[in-house]
Design a protein around this ligand. Structure first.
Ligand code: PGA
Length: 246
């Protein structure tokens, strides 16, 4: 059992989403009191949608936020409705901006001509912002965090990666055909994620049950399960619903 992880289980997705939003909002307030800003790391995917819906109702114009998304397909146009840029704009950036909260929203550029240069720029931008205060993560059925697929090194940095076949398969539900599903992405590295001051991992639904039970049964990190590196971090919160925990 991963004793360092602080695990909470909620009865359903709605409660999980509300509690996650409250947790994030509390951290934003605390961090704001100390330094007048807050730097968040943000995920895409189905899991965080409920949390974003709640969070945008809590954040108002007294907050200054800087956010860094975990990953983006590469290459992809920003206005492609499957890009993570598009997802974030719809789920968070636009709703937040309409509450006049002041934000600087960052995401790897899927249109960059030179992906290596873009990865370095992104790492530097995180450093320049003073690092990430709270990183919010989902988890893939294969244990990936961001697009850090099985085999990712614990000290890996933001880089261009090949997306695992099982992830391509999982992502294909959003595309018209397998041929359209991107095979590469720019992702923050495991090392980049582990430098965040605090981490909140979210998992919901039956499809996450196997990976969560595998993760919680581990005694030490396993390179084939990228999320298992979280055991080495002192401040990781895991929010589950009962279907993911059962
Ligand atoms: P999901 O994706 O929230 O859509 O399940 C999570 C992930 O693959 O990281």
């Amino acid at each position: 059992m991963m004793k360092s992880l602080k695990i909470s289980t909620f009865p359903d997705y709605e409660t999980l989403s509300k509690e996650a939003a409250m947790f994030v909002f509390q951290k934003i307030k605390e961090t704001h009191e100390q330094k007048n800003t807050c730097v968040l790391g943000l995920p895409t995917g189905s899991t965080p949608i409920g949390m974003y819906q709640q969070l945008v109702t809590l954040i108002n114009d007294s907050f200054q936020l800087t956010t860094f998304n975990l990953d983006e397909y590469y290459p992809i146009q920003k206005d492609n409705d499957q890009s993570y840029h598009y997802f974030m704009s719809k789920q968070f950036w636009k709703p937040i901006s309409s509450q006049s909260a002041k934000g600087e929203f960052n995401i790897p550029n899927g249109e960059a001509k030179d992906p290596q240069e873009e990865c370095q720029r992104y790492e530097q931008a995180i450093k320049n912002a003073g690092g990430i205060d709270l990183m919010i993560l989902g988890i893939g059925g294969n244990g990936h965090i961001g697009f850090n697929e099985p085999g990712s090194a614990p000290d890996s940095r933001t880089r261009l990666v090949n997306i695992a076949d099982s992830t391509v398969q999982a992502n294909s539900r959003f595309f018209n055909s397998m041929a359209e599903v991107p095979r590469q992405a720019i992702t923050m590295g495991v090392g980049t994620i582990l430098e965040s001051r605090e981490i909140l991992l979210l998992a919901s639904g039956k499809s996450k049950k196997n990976i969560i039970s595998t993760l919680l049964a581990l005694e030490k990190p396993d390179r084939q399960i990228p999320a298992s590196w979280l055991i080495t971090h002192p401040h990781v919160y895991v929010y589950l619903d009962t279907e993911a925990r059962a």
